[in-house]
Design a protein around this ligand. Sequence first.
Ligand SMILES: [Fe+2]
Length: 288
Amino acid sequence: MEIQAIDGGFAREVSGVELWRELPDPVLEALRDAWTRHGVLVFRRQALSEEEYAAFGRKFGELDVTVRPDWGSKHRPDVIHISNMRNGKGESIGGLGAGELDWHTDQSYVANPSTGSMLYMVEMPPAGGRTWWANLQLAWEALSEAAKRRIEPLHVVYDYLLRQSTYDDEAPMSEELRHRTPPVSHPLVNVHPVTGQKALYLDPVTAAGIEGWPADESRDLIAEVRAHATQPAFVYAHEWQIGDVVMWDNGFLMHRREEFDPSALRWLKRTTLYLPPDRHIVPPSRPV
Ligand SMILES: [Fe+2]
């Protein structure tokens, strides 16, 4: 197995490993360590059943069943479908349509977020639909000392209602989903438990504001931090191929998806993991 930087950036490509096999402990330990430190791992040319995919995910943490059972696989509720495709009855087979998904962090709206995300590409359009990641550890390091002092004590409030309002192809939020997703607050800055490095934690799409701040100042600061963190020096854009598995750590990365032609077909399988807080940033929360 080899783990190499992609284009000299922070993301890592792992080659020489077949994820459908039972992987030996030293290989898994090397992958856990690489994920902890680098945040984005890319595997090419994989061919996985949902059982094999879930079994691989479980090596890193407990699998989550997300707040969207309507996107779940018929075979396993812990594998969800991200797709604009429809079945023979014209029903959507998954979530998120074909539009752009702006910079966000999965699960920011959850009090105890499952911070590990994995995507497996099954079907894809000829163009568009790239996924971008921004490294919020690099973004933190590049802030001025004055900016660091100003933002370090802040907490950000997140609300799934805001997130959902940006999705294509969605019915209005049900009472049940609203009940399961009350607003929560997380620190804007966290310390990595392994490396000791600080990192921003931010989800601009889902952020309702900064605790204790007026709405306009909140909006301005969140926009300022977002603009800083998404500069090219901190960003990796993934050119998908069928068979790719990409895993990332939402504890110190934001991501976005480009739109694609809605008449083209795109289908990814997603799993979500509770990463252990002794190895990954798991942002604490407090009631809003
Ligand atoms: Fe996402």
